[in-house]
Design a protein around this ligand. Structure first.
Ligand code: AMP
Length: 147
């Protein structure tokens, strides 16, 4: 069995994030690994930039500050140092892969709703992280059975 030394947990800051971070923290302790956390903010301009001619920077800053506060709370609860709390702008899959490479993570932990049917065909972030990851990926099953 692998011995992990650097675990990266990705959270979307939904209610389930605490459960996912808890699992990652347990694993990191078990392996004596470092634990880092990432939240990716998708720029509002990705969604609306072309259609609505307005400056999103104020709202974007507000979203960033709230995310930083939530990550700090996760840090306190799960023992993740401030310098291992990452907030990045971009596409979740892309930025999670990039940070994992940059900090040399050998395990990425994400949540998965275990979607099937149409939702699975359309893809999910967990799926996107799994494909193209250069290290192991653990998908922690979250949510209700019929999600
Ligand atoms: P989803 O496929 O959107 O249901 O998300 C599944 C999992 O992907 C979440 O539980 C997180 O682990 C990760 N994830 C989704 N969105 C983000 C995000 N914006 N930043 C970091 N991780 C994310």
């Amino acid at each position: 069995m692998s011995n992990y030394s650097s675990v990266l947990v990705a959270v979307d800051l939904s209610e389930e994030s605490s459960q996912i971070a808890g699992k990652a923290s347990e694993l990191a302790k078990r392996y004596g690994a470092s634990l880092s956390i990432i939240h990716v903010i998708e720029p509002l301009s990705f969604a609306y930039g072309g259609d609505i001619p307005m400056d999103f920077s104020g709202i974007q800053d507000e979203i960033h500050q709230q995310a930083a506060q939530q990550l700090a709370r996760f840090g306190t609860t799960h023992g993740i140092d401030a310098d291992r709390q990452h907030i990045v702008l971009g596409r979740p899959e892309v930025e999670i892969h990039a940070l994992a490479e940059e900090i040399g993570s050998d395990l990425i932990v994400v949540g998965s709703h275990g979607r099937y049917g149409l939702a699975l065909l359309m893809g999910s972030t967990a799926n996107g992280v799994l494909h193209g990851a250069s290290c192991d990926v653990l998908a922690v099953r979250v949510g209700k059975e019929d999600d």
